[in-house]
Design a protein around this ligand. Structure first.
Ligand code: CUA
Length: 162
């Protein structure tokens, strides 16, 4: 092989991966966003943090059935708990969570449900998950929020259909 050809091959060995990597990442982004439904939680509105407990739907935190197999949960995060911190639904339910924070930045991650929210004071976060299999789906605060951050958790209990 001539020397010029070797240099050309080395250049190609660098150039090709530097094109393939960003193209691959872009493809992964498209697949996860549109195929797997993984995306940033949207901000569904605003609320005055000091008035959370007087503002609907957070004045009545809890679970409401809105249709067969469909539930709406309004939830308040505050140092260091979720209200409510236990939710019971039958298997196969679709649950929409509307959550906000009363004080500092919290998070909410529900294991096994593709729900991962950042809870900013003043912002309303919303996400919907489907709970097919019976069992316990713990959720935790995953934004450090002070000394008892690790105690801030709850669970969704999915009950088998009889
Ligand atoms: Cu709330 Cu960490």
């Amino acid at each position: 092989m001539k020397r010029g050809t070797t240099v050309y091959l080395y250049e190609l060995a660098w150039i090709l991966p530097s094109i393939a990597l960003p193209v691959g990442m872009l493809a992964a982004l498209v697949v996860t966003a549109f195929g797997a439904g993984i995306h940033l939680p949207t901000h569904e509105g605003r609320v005055v943090p000091a008035r959370v407990s007087e503002t609907a739907p957070f004045d009545r935190p809890g679970i409401v059935q809105v249709a067969p197999d469909r539930y709406e949960v309004s939830m308040v995060a505050a140092i260091w708990s979720f209200t409510p911190n236990e939710i019971r639904v039958p298997a196969g339910s679709t649950v929409t969570f509307t959550v906000t924070s009363k004080d500092v930045v919290h998070g909410m991650f529900i294991r096994g449900a593709n729900i991962n929210l950042m809870l900013l004071p003043g912002q309303i976060a919303r996400a919907t998950g489907k709970f097919e299999r019976p069992g316990e789906y713990p959720f935790v605060c995953h934004e450090y929020c002070g000394i008892a951050h690790h105690t801030m958790w709850g669970r969704v209990i999915v009950e088998p259909r009889s």
